[in-house]
Design a protein around this ligand. Structure first.
Ligand code: SF4
Length: 93
């Protein structure tokens, strides 16, 4: 069975797992909501995904996901070695 998520994408209901929602300053982060929708794809890492993006601000690297959003807020920060989600697509070389 499929379901439309808050981002307008179709996902399999079986891929939605009960995840712990990550909080930041008492609030649930966008990243946590995103992960709750798309789950995890074991053995794959965000750094190898085509939607992974590295940006630099004030001489510091930040990592974002183009699917999740690239706002300046820390709520959309991801890490290179985060386990990939089910939207993972191999980066083209
Ligand atoms: S694996 Fe998922 S969360 Fe990670 S960069 Fe790709 S689309 Fe974003």
């Amino acid at each position: 069975m499929k379901q439309i998520d808050i981002f307008g994408n179709e996902i399999d209901v079986n891929d939605i797992g009960p995840q712990q929602l990550e909080k930041q300053g008492g609030r649930i982060t966008l990243r946590s909501y995103f992960r709750n929708c798309y789950g995890f794809k074991d053995s794959y890492y965000c750094k190898n995904c085509r939607y992974f993006k590295k940006t630099m601000r004030n001489k510091k690297d930040y990592f974002k996901c183009l699917k999740m959003g690239t706002g300046r807020t820390a709520a959309t920060d991801i890490r290179k070695n985060d386990i990939a989600c089910n939207l993972y697509e191999q980066k083209r070389s």
